[in-house]
Ligand binder design. Structure first.
Ligand code: SF4
Ligand code: SF4
Length: 222
């Protein structure tokens, strides 16, 4: 069942992953492709209004690329707590948006120049994401991605993952979670309290007790 689910998710990701090499490689020859990054930023924030970080599941080309390819060569270690610190995320967000803003300012009026600024930003951050992804875990970038951080801040209460008291703390959910989150830790609250959940549903399928779901009504333990 989990295998079938993973295949279905990979099929969805197959529709989007190529957007990443298209811009990171093609953008150096045709800079206007850089505006694709702007479309992704708008998409991520737009989705976050009503579904939290769901964009990061399969709609984000970079997230899909990391899941489909980087995962195969990653050492798959634990993501260091450092990368999830609020201060680190705010630093990454302000630094990367400032760098982009300054480049766009100097290229103002030149469409190719603005596109190239976005191509450069995407290329550099993707390279960082790949290196970190190989050394640690394939989705580590998603914890410091500026759009991921903004979506995280908008995610509170949006399409939450429910955790019922049927949970037996086997921790299978955290082992299969691409974001290395720990749904079982929120059993008492009954709702996932980690806004980095990308709503991928992998844990709901993997849970042997069917204790997780995205429906409004959760089954109560008999
Ligand atoms: S996989 Fe299910 S039963 Fe196991 S810890 Fe997670 S929520 Fe609880
Ligand atoms: S907690 Fe579950 S739904 Fe959320 S990202 Fe992890 S596996 Fe996906």
């Amino acid at each position: 069942m989990l295998l079938n689910f993973k295949k279905k998710r990979a099929k969805l990701q197959a529709y989007t992953w190529f957007g990443l090499p298209l811009v990171v490689i093609g953008g150096w020859f045709y800079p206007k492709l850089g505006f694709f990054l702007l479309a992704c930023m708008i998409g991520a924030v737009g989705i976050a209004f009503y579904k939290g970080r769901a964009w990061c599941d399969w709609m984000c080309p970079r997230g899909s690329f990391y899941d489909l390819f980087l995962q195969k060569i990653s050492r798959n270690k634990g993501i260091p707590a450092f990368f999830r610190k609020r201060g680190v995320r705010i630093f990454m967000l302000s630094m990367l948006l400032s760098v982009l803003g300054i480049q766009v300012y100097f290229a103002w009026g030149n469409i190719d120049g603005i596109g190239m600024a976005m191509v450069k930003l995407l290329t550099i951050t993707t390279a960082i994401g790949i290196i970190l992804g190989i050394v640690y875990q394939h989705r580590i970038w998603c914890h410091i991605c500026p759009m991921g951080t903004i979506s995280n801040w908008m995610s509170e209460g949006k399409h939450p993952l429910n955790i019922s008291e049927m949970c037996v703390d086997c921790k299978v959910c955290s082992k299969v979670c691409p974001m290395q989150l720990k749904p079982y830790q929120y059993k008492e609250q009954g709702v996932m309290g980690d806004n980095d959940c990308v709503k991928c549903s992998t844990c709901t399928v993997a849970c042997p007790k069917k204790a997780l779901n995205f429906e409004k009504e959760i089954k109560k333990a008999a």
